[in-house]
Design a protein around this ligand. Structure first.
Ligand SMILES: C[S@@+](CC[C@H](N)C(=O)[O-])C[C@H]1O[C@@H](n2cnc3c(N)ncnc32)[C@H](O)[C@@H]1O
Length: 233
């Protein structure tokens, strides 16, 4: 289902492309991000909700884990057609649509929980579709996220600046902040390039630096911040 007005966003933005989405699926299927996925799923399970929305759901692995642990109805939207196609093909009982997080195609107060993982987080719109007492879960990169990857790509790599909008969440009440940090073993050389390809760093990686990553990047740190919010009951 494509719910974008006119089929695409103003400016031609169309989200992650097919190769990026496929790389992400492969990395998730190999279990390399399971600790992040599980951390999100556990948060939703504790909320005991009937329906959850993943806004910027990508290829659907987070939503699948959430639905499995939380036993809730699962809805995902993304502006990327390849992402939604891949998600819908694997998770047939979940509802997916191509749509924008800035204009969610749902009525007010439709969901007990809304999730945004490394995706846009328009707090006003998330608040609108949440029930009273509903939960929002936002995942953002921490300062040390993918440090070793950036060290190969950039001459002077900078730490991720932690987002400044997480406290300014427009009526969503900050509830918990959890840092999830661990080191991924990239002994499988194929996974080194898949990991690069699933990130926007792929575009700034020239062939020589891609080759260095393919031949030398044996470990990489994942460092993310999982923030939860509640709407007023
Ligand atoms: C870094 S990916 C994260 C995907 C997924 N949440 C995950 O962690 O695997 C960011 C996602 O946000 C989507 N996206 C970007 N802008 C969007 C928007 N305005 N509305 C909905 N999705 C958007 C992209 O297409 C992409 O799938």
């Amino acid at each position: 289902m494509n719910l974008l007005i006119g089929g695409r966003l103003p400016g031609g933005a169309s989200g992650d492309d097919e190769a990026m989405v496929a790389a992400r699926r492969e990395v998730f299927d190999a279990g390399l991000y399971s600790r992040v996925i599980d951390a999100v799923a556990v948060r939703i399970a504790t909320a005991d909700v009937a329906a959850v929305l993943d806004a910027g759901c990508g290829e659907g692995s987070y939503l699948a884990a959430i639905a499995a642990v939380g036993g809730c109805a699962a809805y995902g939207i993304d502006i990327s057609k390849p992402a939604v196609r891949l998600a819908a093909r694997r998770h047939r009982t979940h509802r997916y649509a191509v749509a924008s997080s800035y204009r969610l195609p749902f009525a007010d107060a439709s969901f007990g929980a809304v999730v945004s993982v490394f995706s846009p987080r328009p707090f006003d719109e998330m608040l609108r579709v949440l029930e009273p007492g509903g939960m929002a879960v936002v995942v953002t990169p921490g300062a040390a996220h993918l440090t070793q990857l950036k060290a190969v790509l950039y001459d002077a790599p900078r730490a991720h600046r932690e987002p400044e909008d997480l406290d300014d969440s427009r009526g969503l009440l900050l509830e918990t902040t959890e840092r999830v940090s661990f080191t991924i073993d990239l002994a499988d050389a194929r996974m080194r390039l898949r990991l690069l390809e699933m990130t926007p760093y792929w575009w700034s990686a020239n062939p020589a630096r891609r080759e260095v990553i393919a031949s030398t990047l044996t470990t990489v740190d994942v460092d993310v911040i999982v923030t939860t919010y509640r709407t007023a009951a």
